[in-house]
Design a protein around this ligand. Structure first.
Ligand code: SME
Length: 161
């Protein structure tokens, strides 16, 4: 596909995800390179929603290691028992945190980050291969619409892992 996102003129997140998800599907379709696909997904999320930080932590050996992202520099390695990313990895489920200061063990890569969603990305064997982490500089910035949209995007990645 053309390397341009076409998005509706709206701030309605559900409408934006509805437009974005098939465009991401087309963007990664037939492209086997994982780094390239993760980089484009991070860029697409940043471009569409203007999130403070959007990117991936990839399971390598016994840690989550920083992958492609958009936003300020971030912690490089996260243990499975640390932070929201580690919790999403270990619990194998999406975690929405309306206020990061209320989440025990949250890793403050940036004090500007106020709320976040972390979604596990499963490989075809059903193991968590990485997590998709989206952070906002606003409190309580995420809703079910984000969980639903981000989980759809994570599911698209299963086929290219
Ligand atoms: N928020 C994450 C750490 C990664 S950064 O925010 C980019 C966490 O607590 O798991």
């Amino acid at each position: 596909m053309a390397e341009t996102l076409i998005l509706p003129q709206t701030t309605d997140r559900s409408a934006l995800y509805e437009s974005l998800v098939p465009q991401i599907a087309a963007l990664i379709d037939g492209e086997p390179d994982l780094t390239a696909n993760l980089a484009n997904v991070a860029a697409a999320l940043k471009e569409t929603f203007g999130f403070f930080w959007a990117g991936f932590y990839v399971k390598k050996d016994n840690q989550l290691v920083l992958g492609p992202f958009q936003g300020p520099i971030a912690c490089t390695r996260i243990n499975f028992n640390k932070g929201v990313c580690g919790a999403a990895y270990s619990r194998r489920e999406t975690i929405l945190v309306p206020d990061v200061d209320q989440f025990p063990g949250h890793i403050a890569c940036s004090s500007a980050s106020k709320s976040e969603v972390v979604v596990p990305v499963f490989d075809q064997a059903g193991n968590v291969a990485m997590v998709l982490d989206v952070d906002s500089d606003r409190l309580n910035d995420f809703s079910k619409a984000d969980v639903n949209g981000l989980e759809q995007i994570a599911a698209l990645l299963t086929v290219v892992i």
